[in-house]
Write a protein that binds this ligand. Structure first.
Ligand SMILES: Cc1cc2nc3c(=O)[nH]c(=O)nc-3n(C[C@H](O)[C@H](O)[C@H](O)COP(=O)(O)OP(=O)(O)OC[C@H]3O[C@@H](n4cnc5c(N)ncnc54)[C@H](O)[C@@H]3O)c2cc1C
Length: 669
């Protein structure tokens, strides 16, 4: 018997035609997270993936705190944490000459840094989010997300199904899908389409071009099982190798992939090697595997090779993120070098941004104009992240240069320079100091909390209040919590009825959330009820009672009990009583006690008012109309205008131009 869902979509059998609110093309992190963001808001759809979810190549692995907030929302965070390495065994990146070899200069550690919110960075990261950084290779993450999506949309996550055609009009899109198992094509009509296909199909069909440098660096990755426990760094998840043949830049990077055991004890690994585009080994699998062994410095290492893949660094951003009813998300809209681990995380950020907006429009709480905010909001973040990833890629070469290497230097001479670097001479001491400075400069990548957590939407579904961004807003590392419109709502621990709860966990999944002082909550709740009734957008009120520090109350940073909003028929939902024991919310909200902070479901502040207006209901009604029904002003008419930094960073990476200046200023300072 064929098992059919209510739409007539058969499990395992392609339908003749189908109509869905949302069609998602691509079952990678962007598509699957969007499906789960929609499903948790009661929106149904169809996701098609041209392959299946069984093991592909490992690819991305780092999951930053904003991604983990989204994964918490869609119910996968606990499993991700359970499968992630234990906290103390992976927060480190190292640079070595190799893991072994014939001379004392081989197998030598050059330097290391704490990474990804570990070690001395842990308190800073804990101030930005209630969630921790995680690490789960995409090989296993995609399967986990797919399992959840299949549960949320039974029969509507269809593998071996490929989009081959796309037409659209003012009412929606018509997609032609090909079921590769049944070898049959069928059509799906969708109100909206999310093109999360990694850039393979939809951008071409939509005639959207990608701007930015391509083919910057050729990489071959070898995915293998091996016992490196006697050789690898005992704590580093990721180890770069600097050797003379790289001319300063890294020759490869070794990544522990688990599962279960990490760093030196990891059972599986990937070795990503930088190759010249005309390297004769390219295309010769045995030669590439032998090269991997040689670069690791263990030519007799027993390796079980699972896959070998050739790919290139690029740094590109789509000129448009929306074409009619179609939205580009993830790698379809922006592709980054892996340095900084921003590809997958930016893809998940796209899904979090788009999910609530599509749901609000489909539920009749917002107009189509809200969806126009997706492009200006996410394109600016993508451009910033692509540029930062390109700059991260250029931060390794100064390490080799500080050790004495230079482009084109003969290999023998390079090893002689390493001997100087390692020697007990003033020159050796100078080079080691310079090398430490060059390693330290990589904190811009491995401690890039502000890139990951501090991005803000300056134009979009936000109403600026005229306040400037925090002074360190352009820093990669310095994160400043702020309730300024466009920024992520600050995370502070509040005391709830059942224990401590993060302010960021109080944001409702649907509608908007109004954070107010408890003393003024009644007036705001009455206004919120009126505004909600006249706009059909739910508003949840979160009243917070400030408690003076001397009261002795303290929110213990343990456990995260769910706080459910209390609903009273005919009134805006009200969160239970919350106190601000450390006065942290009062310090960061940027309003007087009578003011309010309005937060979107993706936790970004939409609006803030310092003092209660005389007619709060009227103000809220007008505001909701502006936020949810009108297209925001489009920031750039020239699609290349926001991408100058990307072009510069790409050129610097290609030519190595930026390196010397940075190295010597670091040393002299
Ligand atoms: C070798 C490698 C290493 C990487 N390392 C890192 C890293 O360390 N850190 C990091 O952050 N990022 C890394 N990335 C990038 C990261 O993997 C991507 O940013 C991430 O996968 C983007 O997710 P996505 O869902 O947008 O696209 P994808 O994961 O590419 O998913 C797109 C999906 O769409 C499917 N598809 C394509 N066309 C169609 C169609 N016509 N119909 C139906 N389905 C279709 C594809 O089969 C695919 O499953 C790496 C990428 C590669 C290739």
């Amino acid at each position: 018997m064929v098992n059919r869902d209510e739409s007539g979509l058969a499990d395992g059998e392609p339908p003749d035609t189908l109509e869905v609110p949302v069609l998602i093309v691509g079952g990678g992190p962007a598509g699957l997270t969007t499906a789960l963001e929609l499903a948790r808001r009661g929106v149904s759809g169809l996701l098609v993936e041209r392959r299946d979810f069984t093991a592909h190549y490992p690819r991305a692995h780092l999951l930053n705190v904003r991604t983990m907030e989204t994964f918490h929302d869609i119910g996968v965070a606990d499993t991700v944490y359970a499968e992630s390495p234990p906290e103390d065994r992976w927060h480190r990146v190292a640079w070595y000459t190799s893991l072994g070899g014939p001379t004392p200069l081989h197998g030598r550690r050059i330097g290391y840094l704490p990474a990804w919110g570990g070690g001395p960075d842990a308190p800073r990261y804990a101030l930005a989010s209630p969630r921790r950084f995680a690490n789960l290779p995409q090989l296993r993450l995609d399967a986990l997300l797919a399992e959840h999506a299949e549960r949320a949309w039974p029969g509507r996550v269809r593998t071996r199904t490929e989009l081959v055609g796309l037409a659209w009009d003012e009412h929606g899109a018509t997609a032609t899908l090909r079921d590769r198992a049944a070898e049959r094509a069928y059509q799906v009509r969708a109100r909206y389409v999310v093109a999360a296909d990694g850039g393979r199909t939809c951008a071409n069909l939509l005639e959207v071009s990608m701007s930015g440098p391509r083919a910057l660096v050729d990489i071959v990755s070898v995915y293998f099982s091996a016992d490196l426990s006697a050789h690898a760094d005992p704590e580093a998840l990721l180890t770069y190798f600097i050797q003379p043949q790289g001319g300063g830049g890294p020759v490869g990077a070794l990544l522990a992939l688990g599962p279960g055991r990490w760093a030196a004890d990891s059972p599986t690994w990937s070795m990503s090697m930088h190759l010249a585009p005309d390297d004769p080994a390219l295309g010769d699998r045995d030669a590439l595997v032998a090269r991997a062994r040689a670069l690791i410095g263990l030519p007799d290492l027993t390796m079980e090779v699972h896959a070998v893949s050739h790919w290139q660094y690029e740094g590109v951003v789509a000129d448009r993120f929306r074409v009619g009813p179609v939205f580009l998300a993830g790698d379809a809209a922006h592709r980054h070098p892996p340095t900084g681990g921003l590809g997958l995380n930016t893809a998940v950020g796209d899904a979090a941004n788009l999910g609530w907006k599509l749901a609000a429009v489909l539920h009749g709480q917002a107009g189509d104009g809200l969806l126009d905010s997706y492009e200006p909001e996410r394109r600016a973040v993508a451009a910033r992240n692509v540029e930062h990833s390109l700059r991260n890629a250029g931060r390794h070469a100064p390490i080799g240069e500080a050790m004495g290497l230079a482009k084109g230097m003969p290999v023998e001479r390079g090893w002689a320079e390493f001997a100087v670097w390692a020697g007990a001479t003033p020159e050796g001491e100078w080079r080691r100091t310079a090398t430490r400075a060059a390693v330290a400069h990589n904190a811009e990548d491995y401690s890039q909390l502000n890139i990951e957590a501090g991005f803000a939407y300056e134009v979009g579904a936000v109403v600026p209040d005229g306040s400037p961004p925090p002074p360190e807003h352009d820093s990669a590392t310095v994160f400043t919590p702020t309730a300024r419109p466009g920024h992520h709502v600050p995370h502070v621990w509040l005391q709830g009825p059942d224990g401590p709860v993060s302010s960021s966990d109080l944001v409702a999944a649907d509608g908007l959330t109004l954070f107010v002082d408890a003393a003024h909550a009644d007036a705001w709740r009455t206004a919120a009820t009126t505004a909600s009734d006249s706009t059909s957008c739910p508003l949840t009120v979160v009243p917070i009672t400030p408690v003076p520090r001397e009261s002795g109350l303290s929110a213990h940073r343990v456990g995260l009990p769910a706080v459910r909003a209390l609903s009273t028929p005919g009134k805006a939902p009200l969160a239970p009583e919350l106190t601000d024991p450390e006065g942290e919310w009062a310090a960061v909200r940027g309003t007087s006690p009578t003011g309010a902070v309005l937060v979107r479901p993706d936790r970004h502040v939409a609006w803030r008012v310092a003092e209660a207006p005389s007619d709060p209901a009227g103000v809220l009604v007008e505001l909701l109309g502006q936020l949810l029904h009108h297209s925001p002003p489009q920031p750039e008419s020239d699609p290349l205008a926001g991408l100058k930094g990307i072009a510069e960073a790409g050129e610097a990476l290609r030519t190595g131009r930026a390196r010397e200046a940075r190295l010597f200023s670091a040393v002299e300072g």
